[in-house]
Design a protein around this ligand. Sequence first.
Ligand code: ADP
Ligand code: MG
Length: 367
Amino acid sequence: MTKIRVGLVFGGKSGEHEVSIRSAKSIYEALDKNKYDVVLIGIDKAGKWLLAETVRFKALAENPKRPALPYASRTDEILPFTKSNSTHLISPYTGQNFQTIDVFFPIVHGTYGEDGSLQGLFELLDTAYVGAGVLGSGIGMDKDVMKRLLQQNKIPVGKCKVLKKYEVKDNILNDVIRNLKLPLFVKPANLGSSVGVSKVNNREELQKAVHQAFQYDTKVLIEKYIRGREVECSVLGNDSPIASLPGEIIPRHEFYSYEAKYLDENGAELIIPAQIDKKTTKKIQSMAIKVFRTLECSGMARVDFFLTADNKVIVNEINTLPGFTRISMYPKLWDASGIPYTQLLDTLINLAIEKKKDRDLLIREYK
Ligand SMILES: Nc1ncnc2c1ncn2[C@@H]1O[C@H](COP(=O)(O)OP(=O)(O)O)[C@@H](O)[C@H]1O
Ligand SMILES: [Mg+2]
């Protein structure tokens, strides 16, 4: 049997560079080497691609606190390039052909990885890739567009006011406070890992938080505060997606902030599966699938909810390239639902190849 050549792409220009390296390390170790030849492709913090040969990658990812890729040098810098139906990694300097790739497995979280841009590159290369396509990735990244689509499909989301930079005028924040009531959550529309997210308790804090969020994005959401448990559900599939058992996050900080997620080891507790009654579990699962379909996703996504004291399920957001270390919620929920880590990777790769085959059948020109 010829092995499938998987290009595992990680790192990237976003604030989730370090997390991505940890996810990639777990994936690399778990991929069945009898089935796959794994090619490690790192994206450094400047956005350059490099061939991250095994030994160095391992040492680097074992660096406990904040592993980061070295900057690409002339010798290990690569460019993906497609020629006669096959995708190669070549040196931009010498043209040397390093590897060929059958399917990309991007595990680059956040901007330039999860937002459709990397997926656009894979489309242009005409190569199979794991996860959502350009549209699903873009929608999933934009919390404003995401909410509008969910609302249109009668899926409950929290109330919010979306602000573009030019709309910030004197009275608008007062109007928001009057309509949505304090406390409020402020967040950049297109980011992740709680970067730029603040909880505010008064007018002054709101103004500061809005100013801060605009440093990260040109569009900002001010959301009504939702008091509830934070429950997450993993979805897997293309045309017939399935949902895992839900899990619960109990943040030990005021909310599930960047510190709680990555810096403080005891920042949050993951309860898998969540202690939720059967009926609510079913409701969360079917809603997660509906969200996945509504937002044009494929492959995988983690859908995050608030569960209120009166059992209302409200969608917070979707993550199309969720954290993927062995202790991350997405794979752990599948493990608890009967799909162990390595099998999950096989399924994702198969889904990527299937999706590419379906798209290859499409007619691209006028006949
Ligand atoms: N409207 C809200 N009400 C209560 N808590 C919120 C609200 N929005 C966000 N949070 C808290 O902030 C965290 C990060 O917000 P989220 O929208 O998930 O952004 P990110 O995409 O950065 O993860 C959530 O996990 C939750 O703890
Ligand atoms: Mg979140």
